[in-house]
Design a protein around this ligand. Structure first.
Ligand code: NAD
Length: 349
């Protein structure tokens, strides 16, 4: 079940558009949040998960869609921010039932195909995207996994963040606690281990964490301990909202940088971490590699150009942290301002 605070209320006017979809035949209940289309059509993943209420699903779609707007603006991609959520009722359907569910969702999206470009997200697969695409919807990356590119971008961001915060981009001996041993977490573990970092890896699937730990000569730890482990860098690569106001005092790391969307519980947590001297690179800056990859595939770029663009995330992080240091603000504040300036400039054209 996604961790949504019940007191959060839907603010419909914080998004450009919210579309709810209900199909009686398949039982589909979905929400598409279009946060901002100043830079182009809304682009963002489709999440499949359990939510306590429809309101919780809407709030999640809105928050994630807003982060996509920032991600695309900062990565200079020609897309708006969007995200969709399909509410699960019990366990995830498989086989023909799953295909019918995603076909029904695709038919809703096909009603306004220029508005939203869907992609893979937590709980959905490339095969689901093919089903959506079969309904006449443009889908990016139905053949290629974005995760290795997301991990590559987080790795570039992490090295830049370490250079700024720890004074070295040489990760040899640096302790990195990675929460989530899934597609991105496992790939990131391999990349930083190749740099000589000491990897602490955790997952609610302990076998998965053990396998990754063994492959990188690291240590599997309890997933709940991941944010609080004795480490230099905490890399959230699983669920949202893992760092809360109450947990700031227990953190031992100096840098937080990872793939998980919406890793901080609220913007106020970024301020608390800033005061505590812990640098946070916003997730929407660090995890843009997957979005860059999907854009590159759609544009027909070769691997070399794609790799260069993904690695450029490191340069963005360096500039962001330098700017945040000189204005003594949390990096998220500076990143938000920069994105707002880009959106305003694009809106004026
Ligand atoms: P994934 O589903 O492959 O892996 C997530 C892993 O987290 C799973 O192994 C799961 O068991 C584990 N997990 C779930 N709850 C946990 C918890 N409480 N503690 C520890 N582990 C837990 O997902 P992924 O593709 O690796 O993505 C990881 C995160 O990065 C997600 O938040 C995703 O939205 C974000 N992200 C991914 C991409 C991408 O290209 N895959 C791009 C941008 C952002």
């Amino acid at each position: 079940m996604h961790d949504i605070r019940p007191q959060e209320v839907v603010d419909p006017w914080s998004s450009e558009q919210i579309i709810t979809c209900h199909d009686k035949n398949t039982g589909l209940r979905a929400v598409v949040a279009i946060d901002d289309t100043t830079l182009g059509p809304g682009f963002g993943g489709v999440r499949l998960g359990e939510y306590p209420t429809a309101q919780a699903a809407i709030v999640e779609a809105q928050r994630l869609a807003a982060a996509m707007t920032l991600k695309h603006a900062l990565a200079e991609l020609p897309y708006g921010g969007a995200k969709s959520v399909i509410m699960l009722d019990g366990s995830a359907p498989t086989g023909a039932a799953r295909e019918r569910l995603f076909a029904a969702f695709g038919q809703f999206l096909a009603r306004s195909p220029e508005l939203y470009i869907p992609g893979v997200d937590m709980g959905t697969t490339l095969a689901d995207m093919v089903t959506i695409s079969d309904q006449g919807v443009t889908v990016y990356c139905a053949e290629h996994e974005p995760s290795p590119w997301t991990a590559r971008g987080v790795h570039a961001a992490l090295r830049a963040g370490a250079a700024h915060t720890l004074g070295t981009d040489d990760l040899a001996g640096v302790r990195i606690s990675i929460q989530g041993a899934g597609s991105v977490g496992a790939a990131l573990a391999r990349l930083v281990a190749a740099d000589g970092a000491r990897v602490l890896i955790s997952d609610i699937d302990s076998d998965r964490a053990d396998r990754v730990a063994e492959s990188v000569d690291g240590l599997a730890i309890d997933p709940g301990d991941a944010p609080f482990a004795r480490c230099d860098i905490f890399a959230p690569c699983a669920i949202a909202r893992v760092v809360t106001a109450d947990s700031v005092d227990r953190l031992q790391c100096r840098l937080i940088i990872g793939a998980a969307n919406d890793a901080l519980d609220s913007p106020a947590v970024a301020d608390l971490l800033h005061v505590a001297g812990i640098t946070v690179v916003p997730d929407y800056v660090a995890n843009a590699g997957g979005a860059i990859h999907e854009h590159a595939r759609a544009m027909g770029w070769d691997e070399e150009r794609l790799a260069e663009d993904v690695d450029r995330i490191g340069e963005r992080v360096t500039r962001l942290l330098q700017s945040a240091q000189s204005s003594n603000e949390p990096p998220a504040t500076v990143a938000g301002r920069l994105a707002a300036e880009r959106l305003a400039a694009a809106g004026d054209v």
